[in-house]
Every structure is written in structure tokens, then in C-alpha cells.
Design a protein around this ligand. Sequence first.
Ligand code: PGA
Length: 254
Amino acid sequence: MKRFLIAGNWKMNMLPTQAKQFAAQLVKTSKSIDDDVEVMIAPPFTALAEVKEAIKGSKVKLGAQNINENEKGAFTGEISADMLLDIGVEYIITGHSERRTIYQESDELINKKVHSAVNHSLKPLLCVGELLTEKEAGLTHSVIEKQISKGLKDISRDGMKKIIIAYEPIWAIGTGRVANPQSVEEIHFDIRKIIARLYTKDIAENILILYGGSVSVDNIDGLMTKPNINGALVGGASLKIDLFSRIASFRKMI
Ligand code: PGA
């Protein structure tokens, strides 16, 4: 059966009090969302505890936007897997294009972060996606294949049960320029083929592949009807409770 995950990436937005209010409202909405749709929000680290408290006992899940690849020690300003687990985090966004470009995170570092998450039973969302120039040069497949094979290097078959892929074309993030659902579908199908080659057909069929990049109330339904799209990683529209609630409730509309 097809499963979905609707994830909100708040980036560097929301004070803890605002986050708590938002989460409490989302809990109400989530009561009428079907069981095959999971809803997650990834607040900034400073709001994780408030959100965790607000979503207690509900089906809304907690995510974090980053993780350090080391266990512990002299890494000023960083947050470890154990710290996130202790606070109740379940999902970790890794390889986001903002981390790749602004903070120069390489595929090798992202791979270490993915390992750290999997080793601690956290579920990493591995973000992949091409630049506009790469898309125009016909390089989408090779860019994604490289990001996936390097990002998942040495992740075991068992570890793959925890992995989620988020396809986020960089030219669609925060631009209002959403990728066409049919071309997203084709790229997701291609991602399943890449995973099947690296692992097994079964793993490829079962992995969740989300789309991200200017997801909104206007395009969510069209995207979710496509067989290989298992949900969305939502940035801007995840900051407004009415918009995010509507996006998470897409099932009623399709
Ligand atoms: P956007 O961001 O929805 O604002 O385009 C998506 C993301 O960065 O994950």
C-alpha cells in the first residue's frame, strides 16, 4: 500500500512560543488525517522541546534540521544524535541544498551524518536535487545518482529501512517555481531504479520518496496522485498553519 509523509522544514524561523502554538493546532488537524499519511515538523533546535511537548500522544512526528556526525566531544555549537534522540526526535533532514551550498557540506560529510542518524535509529531524509544549470545541461540523472550513491555509501540493507529520499530540485526551492508533477514522477521513478541497482527491488519499491520545492496548497493534490511520489518536504508553506494543514490533508481532495 502506498504510504505518505508530509514534512515541514521550518528552517531558521519560529520562536519556541510560536512553535508550540502551531504544533498544538496541527495536532487538532492531524486527527482527521488518514493513517497512511504521516505528518512531521522540523523546527529549529531551540523549539524542539516545546514542539515535542505539544505533539505528545498525537500522530505528529518530530524532526530536526541537522545532526553532527560525531558521537560527542569538542565540537562547539553542534548537536549529536543522542541529544536529538533524548528530546524525542525521529527524523533528520540531511543533505539539504542550503547545507550543501551555504555550509559547503560534501556528499562525504552528508554520508557520515546519514550513518550517525541510522546508527541511532533516527530516520534520515536524504535530500538530493540538481541546479537549474545542471537541469538545462541534461545532467539531472547523473547529479542525483551521484548524490544518492555517495550519500548512502555503506548503508546496509537493514539501514535502508530508515532512509527516506527527498527530491528537491534547487531551482524550485523558495522560488514559487514548482516542478511539473509528471517530470517529478519520472525522476522519482528513476530514483527507484537507482536504489534497486544499489540495493534490491524490494527496497526500491518500499522506500519513501518525497518531493520538495515550492509545494503549496495549489500543487499538492496534483503531485500526490502520482504513483511514485510519497509525500512532500515543505518549506515556506509549512510556516502557516492553515496552509500546512491543508497540504497535510491532501488525501481528502484526491
Ligand atoms: P520551499 O522549501 O517549500 O520554500 O520551496 C522547500 C525546502 O527547502 O525543503
